[in-house]
Design a protein around this ligand. Structure first.
Ligand code: PEP
Ligand code: CO
Length: 450
């Protein structure tokens, strides 16, 4: 790709320093912070502007119904878990889901990992108290450590630099997996055959058999399987920590435009999407495709203003609304928002995050989600868009490729009592490998219904 993205923009362009930035850590050592930010500013970009532009065209296709977006990965990545096996399992899970969704949607699936940078978390409180001891809240590995000690919880700007290196190593492996033969559609399909061979998943056998037939048909026609050995894969995370995102902004040498080179796609979360705040200002100034989370409580006028601020030129693929309303609310809360946005003439990409509106504390005290609620929210999303004649453009899911027990339900019937067996998330509960695949089969059914 001929696009280099090397030059760091002048500090003033690094956007919006004067605006209030919610959810930032209180760094105890200003000179250590400055040193870390200066170091990041000298590092090479993690992604290229040209790649971000390609993703923008893919997001635009999804807005028109000519592609379907799958975004997935951990709620919070951790340095400790950035291992080859964990990364491989997550990529594998996303590829498996994408194969099923491609069949269901009959359009290309745009694969986006919620990874290689998902190291910072918004928190409801700045501090956490346990047994009378109050410490800074855990804000993600790029800020502090999860362990509940004063030393671990002290925000350390060196972690920003470590976050860059962990992201770089992750992205390197993701690129190797998706370009080096591991993503071969024939392997991916074989893995899915393993999933439906499990008696608990028998109801998905028919789709798997239909995919098998389609693969054999393609082979008989002499389809170019060589071309299916590799796949596009993009990286995304919440652009939360401005001391990480700002120094990774670079000027695209082709166009002079600014890109956040920490990821192809970045989004602003529900808690930081204040129109006058630093996060919206930041994403408005870079040219990446960007997302904004939208809850059931969102003010519709704010949502419309967001379009004017982030996407004044109405550029296809530029802006995605990731709705996260809750299974019980989406059918009432989503239609007026979609209607007003559509009536405004804007064409945004609509993605359903069926996770963040469905979190609750289980009787045994774990933060969890019920697989049925996740499915119900996606179903509500599809039904609303079908009723309005608008396009359900994709899903955004917290998932892992491992066999964790964090969300209840699914064909393995994980119960509250099972959560303690293998609950590993340091933040929100993720679908495990099986639950993720099951969701993909169910969404494929919803997609093929249209
Ligand atoms: C998240 O995606 O992990 C998150 C914090 O989401 P939201 O901003 O929608 O609450
Ligand atoms: Co989360």
């Amino acid at each position: 790709m001929s696009t280099t993205t090397d030059a760091a923009p002048p500090a003033a362009v690094r956007t919006g320093e004067a605006r209030p930035a919610a959810q930032q850590p209180t760094w105890p050592d200003a000179s250590a912070l400055r040193a870390a930010v200066d170091t990041l500013a000298t590092y090479p970009p993690l992604v290229f502007a040209g790649e971000c532009d390609v993703l923008k065209t893919r997001m635009a296709a999804a807005a028109r119904g000519e592609a379907f977006v799958l975004q997935g990965g951990d709620c919070a990545e951790t340095f400790e878990n950035a291992t080859a096996d964990n990364i491989k399992n997550r990529v594998k899970t996303i590829l498996q889901m994408a194969a099923v969704l491609t069949y269901g949607a009959s359009v290309p699936v745009v694969k986006v990992g919620r990874m290689a940078g998902q190291y910072a978390k918004p928190r409801s409180s700045d501090t956490e108290t346990r047994d009378g001891v109050t410490l800074p809240a855990y804000r993600g590995d790029m800020v502090n450590d999860y362990a509940f000690t004063a030393e671990a919880r002290r925000p350390d700007p060196q972690r920003l630099v470590r976050g860059y290196h962990a992201s770089s190593a992750t992205l390197n492996l993701v690129r190797a997996f998706t370009q080096g033969g591991f993503a071969d559609l024939r392997y991916v399909h074989d893995w899915n055959k393993g999933f439906v061979a499990n008696a608990a998943n028998a109801r998905y056998e028919k789709i798997a058999r239909d995919i098998d037939k389609a693969m054999k048909f393609m082979a008989a026609c002499g389809a170019d399987f060589e071309a299916m050995k590799t796949t596009e894969f993009f990286a995304a995370h919440e652009a939360l920590l401005l001391d990480y995102e700002r120094p990774l902004v670079r000027i695209d040498s082709r166009t002079g435009e600014l890109y956040d080179t920490s990821a192809h796609f970045i989004w602003v979360g529900e808690r930081t999407r204040d129109l006058d705040g630093a996060h919206i200002d930041f994403v408005a100034k870079v040219r990446n495709p960007v997302g904004v989370k939208v809850s059931a409580g969102a003010d519709i006028d704010d949502v419309l203003r967001m379009i004017d601020v982030i996407d004044p030129a109405r550029e296809p693929g530029r802006l995605t609304f990731i709705t996260r309303m809750g299974a019980g609310k989406i059918r009432d809360a989503l239609p007026p928002i979609v209607e007003r946005v559509t009536a405004s003439g804007a064409q945004v990409t609509w993605i359903c995050d069926p996770m963040h509106g469905n979190t609750f504390s289980s009787a045994s005290g774990y933060k969890t989600r019920d697989f049925d609620d996740v499915v119900a929210e996606v179903r509500g999303f599809f039904d609303v868009h079908q009723a309005l004649g608008t396009v359900p453009g994709g899903i955004h899911v917290e998932l892992t490729g491992n066999d964790v027990t964090e969300c209840i339900g699914g064909s393995e019937k994980i119960l509250d009592a099972d959560l303690a067996n293998n609950y590993e998330s340091v933040c929100d509960p993720r679908l495990n490998h099986q639950q993720s695949l099951e969701l993909a089969f169910l969404v494929a059914e919803m997609l093929s219904r249209d």
